[in-house]
Ligand binder design. Structure first.
Ligand code: SF4
Ligand code: SF4
Length: 64
């Protein structure tokens, strides 16, 4: 259970990086990626996926 960042849509703004409670969002090849092994979809910490809430780009963060 994890989310993923669509590389072609991510603008590398970095807004999602610091709000991830599991530190699963890392710089990768000029944009960002979500480490699927540690992404919990924020379950147990927040009611909604924090990266999805903060990202301004449509369809940038999707189910992995
Ligand atoms: S869904 Fe939550 S845990 Fe997963 S990458 Fe986004 S902010 Fe981090
Ligand atoms: S908030 Fe969205 S556009 Fe910005 S770095 Fe994260 S995934 Fe990319």
């Amino acid at each position: 259970m994890a989310l993923a960042i669509v590389r072609d849509i991510c603008t590398a703004c970095g807004d999602c990086e610091s709000i991830c409670p599991t530190e699963s969002i890392i710089p990768f090849k000029g944009v960002y990626k979500i480490v699927a092994d540690t992404c919990t979809e924020c379950e147990g910490k927040f009611d909604t996926a924090q990266c999805l809430d903060v990202c301004m780009e449509d369809d940038c963060i999707v189910p992995a």
